[in-house]
Design a protein around this ligand. Sequence first.
Ligand code: PLP
Length: 352
Amino acid sequence: MDRPNVPMSPEALRAAMNRLPRVPLADLPTPLHDCPRLSEVLGGPRILIKRDDLTGLAFGGNKTRKFDFSFGEIRRQGADSVITGAASQSNHSRQTAAAAAKMGIQAYLVLRRDAKSTQGIQGNLLLDYLLGADVRLVEGDQNKAKQELFEELKAKGRTPYLMGHYDAVLGAVAYVGCAVEIQEQMKEMGVSADHLCLASGSGTQAGLALGAKALGMGCTVTGFRPSKGGENRAVCANIAQLANEAAERIGLGVRVSPDEIENTDEYTGEAYGIITEACCDAVRTVAQTEGIFLDPVYVGKAMSGVFDRCRRGTFPKDRTVVFVHTGGTPALFAYRDELVTSGGYEVTVVRA
Ligand SMILES: *Cc1c(COP(=O)(O)O)cnc(C)c1O
């Protein structure tokens, strides 16, 4: 291994990333917004939100930044279709469908027939159909269903691309770029970050942690994962491994070790996709102080963790927190019942 030459310059990191095939799907750089009203309400540190919900494609989100590289690879391979799938309200799948539409290839979404899907076509799932994706809901083994579809398409003479581990690595590469943007934007504003926070259990945090270390940003990077369980140690080891695979892929000498990663499910609640009261409060508070929407599955829960740390003084008043907003807002509409109940909203009719 080369001797790590840290800190690296933003230019050197960009040059390293640009060695990989890439298509410009995302509108970059995304804005970094100061949130003084939110800071005031929390009585806490300065809070800046990195708006990766505004990556531009089909309501945006972190996957679009990642797909600059995934779809660069898909184009390099000459694929005519892409297969992926996760939960029925998956943001990843919606952004895949949008990227595929823009690239002129067919998206196949093999989604889980989970509780949300039984409530009908709404939120991200509605957008999947509008984007022209071929949508299937699976009961049972989702990976097997994807693999079978892959074989079926190949047998028909098609050239499918099945998204998998390499896309997670490319996602981490993409998020090195996000760290570079944050560093440059903060420099311009004359601030520096003490804490970087985000909703993530894998590639997004891996890339930010790698980028922050390579740039010598000197801040902590905390991920709030959307799923319950998994041992913190195993999750952090996986994130460090993704970071290091990304580093290797783009020829960086820097490596990240698991004990440099912080990731928690403390604010996840009962399970993935089940909203919490603290999440509902975070969604409302950020909307009502800054006019910014958070999603109910990832970002709202992560922000509820930031709220808690501000209130406990873990993030003191004199610090600066950069919160990376990873998107997911179309899922708000699939959580209509929960949000209406939590807010106690009633329609007021006026006769005039
Ligand atoms: C997918 C997703 C994440 C998690 O990204 P990872 O890189 O897989 O950790 C976070 N927030 C939103 C809104 C997402 O859609």
